[in-house]
Design a protein around this ligand. Structure first.
Ligand code: PLP
Length: 393
């Protein structure tokens, strides 16, 4: 028996475990300190009421012979797919319900979809970015090519920095960790580049619900030509607080074909073999959050996070600290002051202000010297954290 040796090529994922260890040690040494967590990328507010009510009713359905459900369709119940279809129609994106594949969240689909593609493809991944893209590809034995984000490009790398023939291109917009968002023109450049090179774009729209500037695209399918080159991976995690409930969806347009094979059909075949769908109960919750009432309740939660984001961004501006994000995303990406490294700034914030953030180096080599602050917290905690940061800087 031989193991998959590519696992040995993975960097140990020290980031969040090291953060947790350091925070715990700090709390042990400072039992009276009110430690504030602005590191976390997880939502903090409870589920919208419509979702709770719909899931409660769905549990009751499961307890009655006439409404009980067993295995559902692998692609998701039509009622969820039609709800997603309407959500996109409201943005001006026309989809058919059978182009939508319901799953248990973006992370699974980001990794699983790679099974459809040959191992020798060239993978293009932005740096810094959500670490799952890199790790999923390394596990599969692929070589990753990075496109670098920096202050010059506002942490939005463009196709002219790709140095190899691209096959699979990851785009995360709004980006985790930087909070920067591609404009329509910039996304069009990526779509044209993918079409010219017969490449596929895997577009992660996990934070699309935080975009308030209507001129910015919240779906790759707002861009002409994208239906021929892109897959969109979306989630209710951040939008509806479903990080613990688990529901997402992947959109694969009918036109998407490579080497004469239809990508949607391949994905359906993969899912039907290895996935039995998510629970009826969760899908009823998902349907409810996508109703007008549900979307309004989601927006109330999002507004709280975005007010926090504004508070953080304004504080950074007042302190003269270079930063991006925070206006259309729940993350603020800042340059560590006083020339500190990501981890030195982490230690300074923790020891002097009792604040936990996330060192940028955990998101890629180009994240060194930068830092992520998250808006996922209460208004009171964010205000208190900003007061303390002003005091120590
Ligand atoms: N994509 C990005 C960019 C993320 O930041 C996250 C989670 O933080 C995910 C995907 C995972 O989302 P899900 O909860 O749907 O698996």
């Amino acid at each position: 028996m031989k193991i998959n040796k590519h696992f040995l090529d993975l960097q140990d994922s020290y980031l969040f475990s090291t953060i947790a260890k350091k925070a715990l040690a700090h709390i042990a040494d400072n039992p009276d300190a009110n430690v504030l967590r602005l590191g976390i990328g997880d939502v903090t507010r409870p589920l919208p009421k419509v979702a709770v009510d719909a899931m409660t009713a769905a549990v009751a359905d499961m307890g009655s012979a006439s409404t009980f459900r067993g295995y559902g369709p692998e692609q998701g119940y039509p009622f969820v797919r039609e709800a997603v279809q309407k959500y996109y129609a409201a943005k001006g994106v026309e989809l058919t319900a059978d182009e939508i594949y319901v799953g248990d969240g973006a992370k699974s689909d980001i990794g699983n979809i790679l099974e459809l593609f040959d191992r020798d493809n060239n993978i293009i991944i932005p740096d810094p970015v959500y670490p799952a893209y890199v790790d999923a590809n390394i596990m599969a034995g692929r070589t990753v090519h990075y496109v670098n984000g920096d202050e010059g490009n506002g942490f939005l790398p463009m196709p002219d920095s790709v140095g190899v023939k691209p096959d699979i291109i990851y785009i995360c917009s709004p980006n985790n960790p930087t909070g920067s968002v591609y404009t329509r023109e910039q996304l069009k450049a990526w779509v044209d580049f993918a079409l010219e090179n017969n490449a596929i774009i895997l577009f992660d729209s996990a934070y699309e619900c935080f975009i308030s500037d209507k001129s910015l695209p919240s779906s790759i399918f707002e861009i002409e030509g994208a239906r021929k080159c892109a897959v969109e991976i979306a989630t209710l995690s951040k939008m509806a607080g479903f990080t613990g409930v688990r529901c997402g969806y992947t959109i694969i347009p009918h036109e998407l074909e490579f080497e004469g094979q239809n990508i949607g059909k391949m994905w359906m075949r993969r899912q039907a073999t290895k996935f039995n769908g998510i629970s009826y109960i969760v899908q009823k919750g998902a349907e409810a959050v996508l109703t007008p009432e549900g979307l309004a309740q989601c927006r109330e939660n999002i507004a709280v996070y975005m007010e926090n984001a504004k508070t953080i961004a304004t504080t950074m501006a007042d302190l003269g600290i270079w930063h991006v994000g925070g206006d259309n995303a729940p993350y603020i990406w800042l340059k560590c002051p006083q020339g500190l490294s990501s981890w030195d700034f982490f230690d300074k914030l923790l020891s002097e202000a009792h604040i936990v953030g996330t060192p940028g180096a955990g998101f890629g080599v180009k994240g060194e010297g930068y830092f992520r602050l998250s808006a996922f917290n209460s208004k009171e905690n964010v205000l208190e954290a900003m007061k303390r940061i002003k005091e120590i800087l």
